[in-house]
Design a protein around this ligand. Structure first.
Ligand code: BEZ
Length: 212
């Protein structure tokens, strides 16, 4: 099944390294990141899961729960987690779905047969508290993800969700943002942006990052 932005993230129940996960219930009111790994005991994935553990507080500060997926059983995940902890200097502190029957891989279209018939691609989904998919990125198995970029996109999504602003190209936390074009009412603009905004063109209005 091919998923698009704005679709409801498919719900499922699946085993994990922390016991069975009922996905929507597990997400609760949080944002979520679900990301897939080709297989256990692979080099790139080992580093990515280490980075996920290292960034735990940054995800938590953004009200984001993180869950990984690999198409191996729990027993394999348990042995792999020991290696991740040892080699990456972390304690894995989030569940890894054991998708041996590929139930979740099917729901989220994670097997791309022309890339590999057995391994999942390196896809990542950001899911909002309404369970809507807000971002998808898919990398080949051999390219590790950039966790600074994942956090940056979550910041951007949350700025749009909570402050009616969008983020320009190459935007970084702390830099000016742009007001979404749909917002035109002068009273609302004055209320939402008390520090003012700079009109370059009617559709290009810069304002200081509202939550800074
Ligand atoms: C991996 O570490 O997951 C990986 C590395 C090279 C090719 C495919 C996967």
């Amino acid at each position: 099944m091919s998923l698009h932005l704005g679709d409801t993230a498919p719900d499922f129940t699946q085993d994990s390294s922390e016991g069975p996960i009922h996905f929507h219930q597990w997400l609760g009111d949080s944002w979520g990141v679900l990301f897939s790994h080709p297989a256990d005991f692979t080099p790139v994935c080992t580093t990515e899961l280490g980075l996920t553990a290292k960034n735990r507080e940054k995800f938590a500060a953004r009200n984001v729960k993180v869950i990984a997926l690999s198409v191996d059983p729990v027993e394999s995940h348990t042995r792999w987690i020991k290696d991740i902890n040892e080699t990456q200097g972390v304690t894995v502190n989030f569940p890894i779905l054991a998708d041996a029957d590929r139930k979740v891989s099917g729901l989220y279209d994670l097997i791309h047969p022309n890339a590999s018939t057995t391994a999942t691609v390196r896809s990542l989904f950001v899911i909002d508290p309404a369970k809507k998919i807000r971002l998808t990125i898919t990398y080949p198995a051999s390219t590790g993800r950039n966790f600074d970029e994942i956090l940056r996109v979550i910041d951007s999504l949350q700025l749009t969700e909570y402050h009616s602003v969008a983020t320009p190209g190459n935007w970084k936390d702390g830099e000016d943002v742009v007001i979404v074009p749909s917002l035109q009412d002068p009273e609302i603009l004055a209320k939402k942006f008390p520090r003012g905004f700079r009109v370059v063109k009617p559709y290009l209005r810069y304002t200081p990052q509202p939550n800074r």
